[in-house]
Design a protein around this ligand. Structure first.
Ligand code: UD1
Length: 364
C-alpha cells in the first residue's frame, strides 16, 4: 500500500526542511519499494527568484504539484487565502498525512486546512517555544502542535516543552532536519569558498555575516538603525560585514553609501549562505535556522533577539543573546571565540530518515 503525503511549504526555511524530508522519502522508496508518494504544495508565500525558485533548482526538492500563488499580505489575508486555496487541493489529492514544517503562516494554514478535513497532520520542528505570544511564529507553532497527530521534535528541549503543555501522544525526538541538509550540501553542493567570498571581496575569517528578517526587528526603523550603527562600529574596528537583505528589511535600511564597511546584497542561495556562514568570523542574526547552522559550523553567533528557540546554542557558549542594543552587539561580536564543546544536541544529520520511518510505521 502506498501512503499519500502532501507537504505544504511556502517560505524560504521550509524549502530547506522539506528538501531534507523529500530526499529521505526518495531514498526510502528506492530501498524498500514505492511506499510513499509525496505531493508538494507551495502556498506562494515567498515568490521572488532568490527567496523561492533558487531553492527548487539547488535542493533535492520535487517541483511543486500546486502553486497557490498567495503572495504577500497581512497574516489574516495570507492564512485565510491559503486555507481557501488548500482545501480543494487536499480534497482532490486525498492525502493520508499532511506534512507541515516550522512556524510560518504556511504552517498554520496547512495545519488548519488539513485538520478541518480530518486529515492527520505531521509537524516537523514541533515543540519549539520562544514564550513570546506577540510573535506570529509562536502563535503558529502552538496551534500546529496542538492540532498535529504526529510531532517531530528536533531536541529533548522541544519534547519537554510539549510535555509541559500536556502533549505526549505521537511525539518523536528525531533531531533537526536542517542538519541533514547541511550534511548533504557539504557532500553534494560543496562550493569553493574563494569563488563565493571573492565575489564580495571578503577574506576568510575577517568579516561578519548579518541577517535580519523578523517582523519584530525588521519592521522597526529604530531597531534597524541601531543594528546598522553597531555594524558601522565593527567596521571601524576592522571587521566589515556582509548583509544579505531579506525583502522585509529593505524598507528601513539606509543606503549602502550611508553604511561604510557594510555590504548590502540580495538574499543568497542556500549553498552560498552556508559557505558565507562557515567562513565568517562571527554571524549576527535574528533567524533561528542561522543560529543553528552557525553552531554546527563552529562559528560564533550573536543573536539580535532577547530569547531563542534554540537555548542549547547559548548554554554551550556559542551563541550570545544580545537584543538590539548597539553596544551589546559590538561587545558580543568582538568577544573571544568560544572554546566549549558543541555536543550533537540536534541529532546526527539523519533526522529525516527517522521522520520517514515513523510516517511509514504510523500509516501501516
Ligand atoms: C516568513 C515567516 C518567518 C520566516 C520567514 C523566512 C510568517 C509569519 N513568517 O517571514 O517565520 O522566518 O518567512 O524568510 O510566516 N517579500 C518579497 N518577496 C518574497 C517574499 C516576501 O518581496 O518572495 C516581502 C513582501 O513585501 C512581504 C514581506 O517580504 O510583505 C514579508 O513576507 P512574509 O511572507 O509576510 O513574511 P516573512 O517576513 O518573509
Amino acid at each position: 500500500m502506498t501512503t499519500r503525503l502532501c507537504t505544504v511549504v511556502g517560505a524560504r526555511p521550509q524549502f530547506v526542511k522539506a528538501a531534507a524530508v523529500s530526499r529521505a522519502i526518495a531514498t526510502y522508496n528506492k530501498e524498500a519499494g514505492p511506499a510513499l508518494a509525496e505531493t508538494l504544495i507551495h502556498t506562494g508565500q515567498h515568490y521572488d527568484m532568490n527567496m523561492s525558485d533558487v531553492f527548487f533548482s539547488d535542493l533535492p526538492l520535487p517541483e511543486p504539484a500546486y502553486n497557490l500563488d498567495v503572495g504577500s499580505g497581512s497574516h489574516a489575508f495570507q492564512v485565510a487565502e491559503m486555507i481557501r486555496r488548500l482545501e480543494p487541493v487536499i480534497r482532490t489529492t486525498r492525502p493520508d498525512i499532511v506534512i507541515v514544517h516550522g512556524d510560518t503562516n504556511s504552517t498554520l494554514a496547512g495545519t488548519l486546512a488539513a485538520a478541518q478535513l480530518q486529515v492527520p497532520v505531521a509537524h516537523v520542528e514541533a515543540g519549539l517555544r520562544s514564550y513570546r505570544r506577540d510573535m506570529a511564529e509562536e502563535v503558529n507553532r502552538v496551534v500546529a502542535d496542538r492540532l498535529a497527530r504526529i510531532l517531530f521534535c528536533p531536541s529533548e528541549t522541544a519534547r519537554a516543552n510539549l510535555d509541559r503543555e500536556g502533549i505526549h501522544e505521537g511525539v518523536h525526538v528525531v533531531g533537526d532536519v536542517m542538519l541533514d541538509l547541511l550534511v548533504w550540501q557539504r557532500k553534494h553542493l560543496a562550493i569553493e569558498p574563494q569563488s563565493v567570498l571573492g565575489a564580495y571581496s571578503l577574506t576568510p575569517g575577517e568579516y561578519a555575516l548579518v541577517t535580519v528578517h523578523r517582523a519584530g526587528t525588521a519592521d522597526d526603523p529604530e531597531v534597524v538603525v541601531s543594528i546598522v550603527n553597531a555594524l558601522g562600529e565593527l567596521a571601524r574596528r576592522g571587521l566589515p560585514s556582509l548583509f544579505p537583505v531579506h525583502p522585509r528589511t529593505r524598507q528601513h535600511l539606509p543606503s549602502e553609501a550611508a553604511c561604510p564597511g557594510v555590504r548590502l546584497v540580495e538574499p543568497v542561495p542556500f549553498r552560498e549562505m552556508l559557505c558565507l556562514e562557515e567562513q565568517a568570523k562571527v554571524v549576527l542574526t535574528d533567524s533561528g535556522g542561522v543560529q543553528k547552522e552557525s553552531y554546527w559550523l563552529g562559528v560564533p553567533c550573536v543573536t539580535l533577539r532577547r530569547e531563542t528557540e534554540w537555548p542549547e546554542t547559548v548554554e554551550m557558549g556559542w551563541n550570545h543573546l544580545v537584543g538590539t542594543d548597539p553596544e551589546k552587539i559590538v561587545e558580543a561580536a568582538a568577544a573571544p571565540r568560544p572554546s566549549g564543546p558543541r555536543p550533537p544536541v540536534y541529532g546526527d544529520g539523519r533526522a529525516a530518515d527517522r521522520v520517514v520511518s515513523r510516517l511509514v510505521e504510523w500509516s501501516a
